[in-house]
Design a protein around this ligand. Structure first.
Ligand SMILES: [Zn+2]
Length: 171
């Protein structure tokens, strides 16, 4: 376990979940307002975490008790959903694949920053598997775009709150 992970893990072991979230965000420089993160049940009961269209992140208890690596990975994933929300890539619920595309983007970002995020091989593997599931749902033309690093589609986006958020680089 790395030094950062040990710090986060110590909060988890003490039952200090807020401290675990706070230190995950600060140690990995994630562009998340900690006051917008809460512990609860995502609207999709099978999900580990959710970013709402109000820019709030909801984490299940399980995300935290599973340990530092999963918590950091999940927060980084949700940070990409915030980026999508605030930068015109939040597609409506009733389109065919906008949400799938957004999931692929979030997983891709986490996978490509796995070293900086200090993810374990197991966590990377899990991200890759989930990425594949969503990627396989995309139409061929969108797969080609994704293969070329393009994660936008021409669907109208849902109006969202404004923010100065932009894509980030963890330290
Ligand atoms: Zn997601």
């Amino acid at each position: 376990m790395t030094e950062k992970q040990s710090t986060i893990q110590r909060h988890i072991s003490l039952g200090d979940f807020e401290g675990a979230i706070d230190s995950s965000i600060s140690l990995y420089n994630l562009p998340i307002d900690v006051s917008k993160v809460s512990i609860g049940q995502p609207s999709d009961s099978g999900a580990r975490a959710e970013t709402t269209n109000q820019g709030e992140i909801i984490l299940t208890n399980g995300v935290i008790t599973n340990g530092a690596i999963g918590l950091v990975s999940t927060l980084a994933h949700e940070a990409i959903h915030l980026d999508q929300l605030y930068n015109g890539r939040w597609y409506s619920d009733n389109d065919d694949f906008g949400e799938d595309l957004n999931e692929v983007e979030a997983y891709d970002w986490v996978i490509s920053n796995a070293e900086e995020l200090e993810l374990s091989p197991l966590e990377i593997e899990s991200n890759k598997n989930q990425r594949t599931d969503y990627y396989n749902k995309l139409p061929d033309s969108i797969k080609t775009n994704v293969d070329n690093g393009i994660y936008t589609i021409d669907y109208p986006v849902v109006p969202t709150p404004s923010s100065n958020s932009s894509k980030f680089t963890p330290i």
